[in-house]
Design a protein around this ligand. Structure first.
Ligand SMILES: [Zn+2]
Length: 290
């Protein structure tokens, strides 16, 4: 049975594991803190690949940033990773096939192939973490666009110049729908610095201000669902990432579908949590290896 060495690179952690053709993790996922320099990241990759490449048929890498249509390089700036990271030559790590894909696209592919969106042909997977990402499946294919960057969720959402996004825009969608957005809403409604988890704890304890902050955050998520529902007409929208666990699914499903122009979609929570990116990029590589 074929196997792939699968990585997921984020701004804070790099995770890796060996995954087989059936999507099973052959060993426990190893997690390390992301090195502070691009050279440090590359050296880390070289060491792991050298140690494990004899056991696998290829290497897959789910990464922050947009990836070209050939799945060979990063074509955007990646704000939360060190300078020079987006120039690294991942293809030179080994003579075996290497596949690079954006982490939100990879997570979407995992949910589509064997997770919450399995059985659909048209799906949107929104990843709600520190930032917001999306992967869009159209007629069974991952939507990549002309350059590979389709699905970037950056658009001006408001015009009050309140929140600056990592992409450079003021009042960008990400600054209203991400985990960072909920902490900004907490500051607005509760007047103090809190984590997302603090807000959710307050909500569960019946704190009115926490409820206002959460409702404000969730109303922007609802707008985002209506946007994606109207543009892509999906059968299903899946919410992934650390914020997905907090969402009121029944309520949001009902409200968003009341507002869309097209036929209703189903709203679901992702099946795969932190390992979705690793799994999805590995499954994309297995398709290439066939
Ligand atoms: Zn933005």
């Amino acid at each position: 049975m074929k196997k792939v060495l699968a990585f997921d690179i984020g701004g804070t952690k790099i995770a890796y594991a060996i995954i087989d053709e059936n999507g099973n993790f052959v060993n426990d996922v190893v997690k390390v803190t992301t090195p502070k320099t691009a050279e440090g990241i590359y050296d880390f990759f070289k060491t792991v690949v050298k140690g494990l490449e004899a056991e696998v048929d290829g290497v897959s890498i789910a990464t922050a940033g947009a990836v070209n249509n050939e799945n060979t390089k990063i074509i955007s700036h990646v704000g939360n990773l060190p300078e020079g990271y987006n120039q690294l030559d991942f293809m030179a790590l080994t003579d075996k096939p290497v596949l690079l894909e954006n982490d939100a696209n990879s997570a979407a592919w995992a949910e589509y192939k064997s997770g919450a969106a399995k059985g659909s042909k048209h799906a949107v997977v929104l990843t709600l973490g520190t930032g917001v990402g999306s992967g869009i499946i159209v007629d069974g294919k991952l939507l990549k666009g002309k350059s590979g960057a389709a699905g970037e969720m950056h658009v001006r959402f408001d015009d009050r110049h309140n929140r600056k996004c990592t992409c450079g825009l003021w009042d960008c969608l990400e600054t209203y729908v991400s985990g960072t957005a909920l902490t900004a809403d907490a500051k607005l409604y509760m007047g103090q610095d809190m984590t997302s988890y603090d807000v959710i704890r307050g909500l569960k304890n019946g704190d009115e201000k926490a409820k206002e902050a959460f409702d404000h955050w969730q109303s922007h998520l609802e707008n985002t669902l209506v946007l994606m529902g109207n543009i892509f007409d999906p059968e299903i929208i899946v919410l992934s990432g650390s914020m997905a666990q907090f969402v009121e699914y029944d309520k949001l499903n009902r409200q968003a579908n009341d507002d869309i122009l097209t036929q209703p979609f189903t709203l679901k929570q992702a099946k795969f949590e932190n390992n979705a990116g690793m799994l999805g990029a590995a499954l994309l590589l297995f398709d290439r290896l066939k």
